[in-house]
Write a protein of this length. Structure first.
Length: 156
C-alpha cells in the first residue's frame, strides 16, 4: 500500500437518489451539522457562503473535547460530481458522486490526511482517528441518505 493510500479513509454507499440532490446537500455548509456523523460539527459560522464553490472559504464551529472553530477552503469542485475542502492541518474531506444504473448514486467520502505534516499524521494515528473517522463517515452517509429521503423531490 502506498504511503498516500495508507493516509486515507474511504467509505462508499449507493443511495437511490440522483447525484445532483445529494451534491446540493453537501454543497450547503448549513447542512454540515445536520449530516455530520462524527458529532463534532456543531454549527456553520456566520458570514459564510450559502453554497460552496471553487475556492470558497467557510467556517464551522466544532467540538472535540473542547469547542473550537475551523476555516475550510474548497480545493476540488466539479458541479454535481466532486467536492473537497481542506483546512489548517491540510487534511482533505472529499465527496464524489458517481451515477449508477437505475438512477442512484455511489457516494464516496474520503478523509485524506496524506498532505498533513508527519507530526500530525503520527498524532492522528496514535489517537485512533482512522477508526473514529471511518465510523463517523459511515454515520454521515446514513444521515445524508435520510436527509435527502425526507426532502420532497425538486427541493434543494
Amino acid at each position: 500500500m502506498s504511503a498516500n493510500r495508507a493516509r486515507q479513509v474511504t467509505v462508499k454507499r449507493v443511495i437511490p437518489v440522483p447525484a445532483a440532490r445529494l451534491f446540493d446537500v453537501v454543497a450547503d455548509p448549513a447542512m454540515h451539522p445536520v449530516i455530520d456523523g462524527s458529532g463534532t460539527v456543531k454549527a456553520v459560522r456566520p458570514g459564510g457562503p450559502a453554497r460552496l464553490g471553487p475556492g470558497t472559504r467557510f467556517g464551522m464551529a466544532m467540538r472535540l473535547g473542547t469547542a473550537y472553530r475551523i476555516t475550510n477552503t474548497v480545493v476540488e469542485f466539479e458541479e454535481g460530481r466532486r467536492l473537497a475542502w481542506d483546512h489548517l492541518g491540510r487534511a482533505r474531506w472529499r465527496y464524489r458522486f458517481e451515477p449508477v444504473p437505475g438512477g442512484g448514486t455511489r457516494v464516496v467520502e474520503t478523509w485524506d490526511y496524506s498532505p498533513s505534516p508527519w507530526w500530525l499524521v503520527l498524532g492522528l494515528r496514535l489517537l485512533g482517528f482512522r477508526g473514529r473517522n471511518r465510523r463517523g463517515m459511515e454515520r454521515t452517509l446514513d444521515r445524508l441518505e435520510a436527509e435527502v429521503a425526507r426532502r420532497p423531490v425538486g427541493s434543494a
